[in-house]
Design a protein around this ligand. Structure first.
Ligand SMILES: Nc1ncnc2c1ncn2[C@@H]1O[C@H](COP(=O)(O)OP(=O)(O)OP(=O)(O)O)[C@@H](O)[C@H]1O
Length: 293
């Protein structure tokens, strides 16, 4: 399938900083695409160029195969990290005001239902909780029924419960067919929501693909741990096994056959733990530094 939006060799320089240093990516219709990386990696700058808010120093952005034009802003929605909501406005008034900026409009009642705002329409926007505010900002981003919506760190600052609720909402938006590009520094968020991710570090993409494929490619083995007391007496340990702190660590490319072999040897599998590497481990492996300092 061809990309809804793509960037070719995007560069953005600030005095003394290569904030974005040659980013090429393509997002297909209906995908949820994540730009993943630590603070300062260049995610927001990349997003702002894709949104048409910032001009690249060099490189190209194509939407449906064509350079961004005036109509582009009508086809997209943006949830900024910090959108200034008007003081003395209710949720309902706020939605109406943003809707008036567009020719194309989403069905208001459906949007209110989707973003769970029915109970909050008369609430002053200054009195919203973090999660409620994010739901309103998402509704504002969807007010023109965009084909493509940008979410910049949509769950930063939310408590774990509100974050999970918001993930459910993003999934509903995606199921309606909206293409989503989001930035995050939460690996769990990227793993749950994104069909594809670009892992960004210092303005460059260090890995790109489906989260599960990336993990499999960089970590072909799974780690199996079991107490050393669970190992059958007399059975020979595989040469790559590590014994540490009373535990045996084994590496398995094929988990099922390794477990079958352990069972055959008579190992006690009751306290076995299987460790699956995640995107956080991948980031560390690729960059040599942790995602969160
Ligand atoms: N207007 C600006 N002038 C100068 N430098 C900037 C400007 N905006 C961003 N930068 C720098 O560019 C780099 C990338 O910043 P950017 O905000 O894109 O990163 P980010 O990955 O989005 O981080 P965060 O998660 O903190 O928003 C950083 O070194 C930042 O300090």
């Amino acid at each position: 399938m061809s990309a809804l939006i793509e960037s070719r060799d995007l560069v953005r320089l600030y005095p003394g900083v290569r904030a974005v240093d040659g980013i090429s990516l393509g997002v297909e219709p209906g995908q949820c695409y994540g730009l993943l990386g630590p603070n300062g990696a260049g995610k927001t700058t990349t997003l702002e160029m894709l949104e048409g808010i910032q001009r690249p120093t060099s490189g190209q952005i194509l939407f449906k195969g064509r350079p961004l034009d005036r109509e582009y802003r009508q086809s997209i929605g943006i949830q900024f990290q910090a959108t200034a909501l008007q003081d003395f406005q209710t949720v309902g008034e706020s939605l109406r005001m943003f809707a008036s900026l567009y020719q194309r409009r989403a069905d208001r009642d459906e949007l209110i239902r989707l973003c769970n705002l029915s109970e909050l329409l008369d609430r002053d926007t200054r009195r919203l909780s973090g999660g409620q505010r994010q739901r309103l900002l998402l509704a504002i981003a969807l007010v023109n029924s965009p084909e493509l919506v940008f979410l910049d760190e949509p769950t930063t600052g939310l408590d774990p419960q509100a974050r999970r609720n918001f993930w459910g909402l993003i999934e509903r938006v995606q199921r309606r067919g909206t293409t989503i590009i989001l930035t995050t520094h939460y690996m769990e968020e990227a793993e749950r929501l994104c069909d594809r991710v670009a892992i960004v570090d210092r303005g460059r993409i260090v890995a790109e693909g489906r989260p599960a494929d990336l993990i499999r490619a960089h970590f072909p083995s799974r780690v199996i741990r079991l107490p050393d007391s669970a190992w059958p007496e007399g059975a020979i340990l595989p040469p790559e096994a590590v014994i540490e702190d009373g535990e045996i660590e084994l590496y398995a490319e094929e988990v099922a056959s390794t477990l079958a072999e352990l069972e055959r040897l008579g190992a006690d599998l009751g306290d076995l733990r299987l460790e699956a590497p995640n995107l956080e481990d991948l980031f560390l492996k690729l960059t040599g530094h942790a995602l969160r300092a």
